[in-house]
Design a protein around this ligand. Structure first.
Ligand SMILES: Cc1cc2nc3c(=O)[nH]c(=O)nc-3n(C[C@H](O)[C@H](O)[C@H](O)COP(=O)(O)OP(=O)(O)OC[C@H]3O[C@@H](n4cnc5c(N)ncnc54)[C@H](O)[C@@H]3O)c2cc1C
Length: 495
C-alpha cells in the first residue's frame, strides 16, 4: 500500500505527542531514552531501513493500547506494533515520527479450556511459554517457528508464522479462532473517520474519532461461518490493520509416544531436493522434513560442538510421530524414498538425545551463521516438485554474484531459507547480496512460488510482492487497508 511520506516531526509536535501519551500512562510505560528507543526500533532483519521513533510504549493492558492508538490517531502519528522483535523482514522497524507500541509485557495465559481444546492468551506470551503452559493440561499448541524460544504469539499471529511441524499440523492461521484488536473507527457505526485530515501535521487529525476502539473478531467454537473472515484478515497482516490484544487459539491433545527420526545425507543439494519431491509424490507425511546444508552444519558445529559431521553437502531430517506399526512403516518408507533419491546414507532412530542434537542444529543454524557476519534471510516457497530446481538456482545465483549462501529449509513445505552471509563492513558484498536476494525472489516467482512462505513482507519483500501478486489483488489489498485504516497510521510502509 502506498502511504503518504511521513515527515520528521517538529520538536514541538513530538513534545505534545509525548505529553498526551503520558497523560494516561504510568511513567514506566513510556520510553524516550534514545538508546533504549533505538534498541526497540528494529527487528532481526538485516539492512531493513529503520526510522526515528518519537517514543516507545511498553503497554501492559488493552486499555493502554487503546489510549496509545487514540493519541496517535489524533496526532496522525504512525503506530508500529512490536512483539519480541525477532521478525526477519523489518515489519517491526520504526517509521519516522512513529510510536513503537511494544506489547511483549502483555504475556498472560487468560484461560485454558481443556473441555473444548481452546486457550485465550495475551499477545506478548512467548511461543514456548504458551506450549509449556498448555502442556500442563495435557494439551499441545503445534505451530513451532524456529524462534519459538523467543518470538511472541502476537508476532506469530501477525506474521502467520510457520515452523517445523507445520508440514503436518498447519501454520499459525490454522489455530487462530478469534482475536480482540484495537483498531480504527471503521468498527463503530457513526465514528467513521472523515479522511486523511491533518495526518503528520501536528494538529489533531480529523476523523480520528473511532481509533482506539476495541473489537472482538471470530469465535471460540470449532466451526463457525458468521460473517466475513475478519480474523483471517488480521492473521498475517503485520500490524497494518490494528493491534492484536487477545488471541483465542485452538489446541490439540498432547502427542503420545516417542517420535522416530530419519536422517539422510546427500552428496548434492539438488539430490536432497529430489528426496523431498519423492517423499511428497509418494504421499508420505512426516511431521517434520527439514534441510540443512554443509555450511549450516559447519557453523553450528564450530559454535556449539554438538559432534555433527559436516561431510555431506546436505542433511534431510524427517520426523514421524505416528504411533506403533504404522509409524514404523512410514519411517521406513521415508528412508526408502531418500535412498531412491540418491542419499549417501540413511539412518533411522528413536533415540531422543541423538535426534534432538540434530534438531538443535537446525534451530541454531541462523544464530550460528549470524556470528560470521550480517545475514540476509530469504524465505521463498516453491511447489514441492520444484525444490530440486530451486536449490540448483540458489547455488547458481550465489556463485554468479560471488555471495556465500548457506541454506536451511522447511523442505517438506517447499519453504527455503537461503541465508546470504556477508563479511562484516564489506559494502561491495552487501550490494552483491542484495542483488542476489532480488534474483532469488524472481526465480521463486518464475517457478510458481512466492517471495515469502512465513516471515512476511515487512519492508524487505515489498518490491518482490509487487512482482508476484496480480495487480487486482494488490488493488483489493490497498482498498481493504484504506477502509480499515483511513488515516494510514497502522505500521505504514510495511506489508
Ligand atoms: C532464529 C530465528 C528463527 C526463526 N524461525 C522462524 C520460523 O521457523 N518460522 C517463522 O515463521 N518465522 C521464523 N522467524 C521469524 C520470526 O521469529 C517470526 O516472524 C515471528 O512470528 C515474529 O514474532 P515476534 O514476536 O518477534 O514479532 P515482531 O518481530 O515483534 O513483529 C513481527 C510483525 O508483527 C507485528 N506485530 C507484532 N505483534 C503484534 C500485535 N500484537 N498486533 C499487531 N501486530 C503485531 C509487527 O508490527 C511486525 O510487523 C525466525 C526468526 C529468528 C530470529
Amino acid at each position: 500500500m502506498e502511504t503518504a511520506p511521513v515527515t520528521e516531526p517538529s520538536a514541538a509536535r513530538a513534545r505534545l505527542l509525548i505529553e498526551s501519551l503520558s497523560r494516561e500512562l504510568p511513567a514506566d510505560r513510556l520510553v524516550i531514552d534514545p538508546d533504549v528507543l533505538a534498541a526497540m526500533s528494529h527487528d532481526d532483519a538485516e539492512w531493513a531501513p529503520v526510522g526515528r521513533a518519537v517514543a516507545g510504549v511498553r503497554a501492559r493492558s488493552e486499555a493502554e493500547v487503546s489510549h496509545v492508538v487514540r493519541v496517535c490517531a489524533e496526532f496522525g502519528a504512525p503506530v508500529v506494533p512490536r512483539g519480541a522483535g525477532t521478525g526477519l523482514s523489518g515489519g517491526a522497524n520504526a517509521t519516522d515520527g512513529c510510536v513503537v507500541l511494544d506489547v511483549s509485557r502483555m504475556d498472560q495465559v487468560l484461560e485454558v479450556d481443556r473441555d473444548n481444546l481452546v486457550c485465550v492468551v495475551q499477545p506478548g506470551i512467548v511461543n514456548n511459554d504458551l506450549k509449556a503452559a498448555v502442556a500442563e493440561y495435557g494439551l499441545w499448541y503445534p505451530p513451532d517457528p524456529a524462534s519459538a524460544p523467543w518470538s511472541s504469539i502476537g508476532g506469530n499471529v501477525s506474521t502467520n508464522a510457520g515452523g517445523l511441524c507445520c508440514l503436518k499440523y498447519g501454520v499459525t492461521r490454522d489455530y487462530v479462532l478469534g482475536l480482540r484488536v484495537v483498531a480504527s473507527g471503521a468498527a463503530v457505526p457513526g465514528t467513521e473517520p472523515a479522511g486523511l485530515g491533518a495526518a503528520g501535521s501536528g494538529a489533531p487529525a480529523s476523523g480520528a474519532g473511532g481509533y482506539g476502539t476495541v473489537t472482538r473478531l471470530g469465535r471460540r467454537t470449532n466451526k463457525g461461518v458468521a460473517g466475513l473472515d475478519l480474523t483471517g484478515l488480521f492473521v498475517g497482516s503485520e500490524g497494518t490493520l490494528g493491534v492484536v490484544t487477545e488471541i483465542t487459539l485452538r489446541l490439540r491433545p498432547a502427542l503420545a509416544g516417542t517420535p522416530r527420526t530419519v536422517v539422510g545425507a546427500f552428496g548434492s543439494l539438488p539430490d536432497s531436493g529430489s528426496a523431498v519431491s519423492l517423499i511428497t509424490r509418494r504421499g508420505l507425511t512426516p511431521s517434520v522434513l527439514e534441510l540443512l546444508d554443509r555450511a549450516c552444519l559447519a557453523a553450528v558445529e564450530e559454535w556449539k560442538h554438538l559432534g555433527l559431521e559436516a561431510d555431506a553437502a546436505a542433511l534431510l531430517l524427517a520426523r514421524v510421530d505416528t504411533a506403533g506399526e504404522s509409524g514404523a512403516a512410514e519411517a521406513s518408507a521415508i528412508a526408502a524414498a531418500m535412498t531412491d533419491a540418491g542419499a549417501l546414507w540413511v539412518e533411522q532412530s528413536t533415540d531422543d538425545a541423538e535426534a534432538e542434537a540434530l534438531f538443535d542444529a537446525r534451530r541454531l543454524a541462523y544464530p550460528a551463521l549470524e556470528r560470521l557476519g550480517p545475514v540476509l534471510t530469504e524465505d521463498i516457497c516453491v511447489p514441492r516438485s520444484a525444490v530440486p530446481q530451486m536449490l540448483s538456482l540458489v547455488s547458481e545465483i550465489g556463485a554468479r554474484h560471488g555471495v556465500q549462501i548457506a541454506t536451511i529449509a522447511h523442505a517438506g513445505d517447499g519453504n527455503l531459507h537461503p541465508l546470504l552471509v556477508t563479511p562484516p563492513g564489506d559494502d561491495g558484498a552487501r550490494i552483491a547480496a542484495q542483488a542476489a536476494f532480488e534474483e532469488l525472489l524472481d526465480a521463486a516467482i518464475a517457478l510458481g512460488g512466492t517471495v515469502t512462505g512465513e516471515h512476511g513482507i515487512g519492508i524487505l519483500k515489498r518490491d518482490g510482492m509487487r512482482r508476484e501478486l496480480d495487480p487486482g489483488a494488490l488493488a483489493m489489498q490497498d482498498a481493504v487497508r484504506r477502509a480499515l485504516d483511513p488515516l494510514g497510521i497502522f505500521n505504514p510502509g510495511k506489508g
